[in-house]
Write a new protein. Structure first.
Length: 280
């Protein structure tokens, strides 16, 4: 929704914490969301979504919270989403048979969707940090956590958990940051509606879902991969680290490093994390 002068008409402004089920359903009318649950405060949207998936949630069911008290990321890292400060939600997808071999690509799917949404809606140039973060100016703006609910050997649902820093109140204290962080408020002067951003992002996720695993999907991921051509350190849970230059992503979604001895080595998503050498 736009004014004639091209400025986005806000449904919810940066610092207003007012969200409710009625405004959520109104904002999602033009999206593929089948059902939605809104919470003023919740422990974790992903936990709620996983339980809902176990109970038979439909494809494109959504859980949204204004405040999150027990949010988590990879390695079970804990964070708090302050009321009105961020966009925190989880989207449940029922994977189709053709998608089963591409489960590792759902995190970059979200990354590509958010990158496109930020560029189209706000003129922002974001990058995707392997495997699950979105960066502005090489600082973390959003995190993605993909989890699955299982019914025996079959997934009962894939949960896409996304947290986007909106205002400065969403940022952790400097001493608690494991990676430089920023928020949308620091990069755009335009008014921003969390619900409008949510609707645009859900539609972008639906669009990229149809491209999952295609050459275009992998090409665009390569194009917007953060730290490409830069020296980075990959470290596992045992603190074993390998240093190399980022070459890109292979067809399995693994990151490929060029090592000092001339060899290429790829790393799968798992208990590993990546840091650029200049930030160590």
């Amino acid at each position: 929704m736009y004014y004639p002068n091209g400025r986005r008409k806000p449904l919810i402004w940066f610092k207003i914490a007012h969200m409710d089920s009625v405004s959520l359903l109104e904002a999602l009318k033009a999206t593929p969301v089948a059902a939605a649950r809104y919470f003023a405060s919740i422990g974790s949207t992903n936990d709620e979504a996983l339980a809902w998936a176990d109970a038979g949630a439909a494809d494109f069911s959504l859980v949204l919270a204004d405040e999150q008290t027990k949010g988590r990321g990879r390695f079970q890292r804990h964070w708090v989403t302050n009321a009105g400060a961020a966009l925190a939600f989880s989207l449940i997808l029922q994977p189709q048979p053709a998608e089963m071999e591409h489960l590792a690509l759902f995190a970059p799917l979200c990354g590509l969707a958010l990158r496109d949404t930020l560029e189209r809606g706000y003129g922002l140039q974001a990058e995707i940090k392997w495997p699950n973060d979105v960066l502005l100016a090489q600082q973390k703006t959003a995190g993605i956590l993909v989890e699955a609910a299982w019914a025996g050997s079959e997934p009962a649902g894939i949960v896409l958990g996304i947290g986007i820093n909106i205002t400065r109140e969403s940022l952790p204290p400097l001493e608690a940051r494991l990676f430089p962080a920023t928020c949308l408020e620091e990069h755009t002067a335009a008014p921003l509606s969390r619900l409008e951003l949510l609707a645009d992002l859900v539609n972008a996720i639906a669009g990229w879902r149809s491209e999952l695993g295609t050459p275009r999907f992998l090409s665009e991921w390569q194009r917007y991969l953060a730290f490409k051509g830069q020296r980075v350190r990959i470290e596992d849970s045992q603190k074993t680290s390998i240093i190399g230059i980022v070459k890109g992503i292979n067809s399995q979604g693994n990151i490929v490093l060029s090592l000092e001895d001339g060899r290429d080595m790829d790393f799968a998503v798992g208990d590993v994390h990546l840091r650029p050498m200049e930030q160590l």
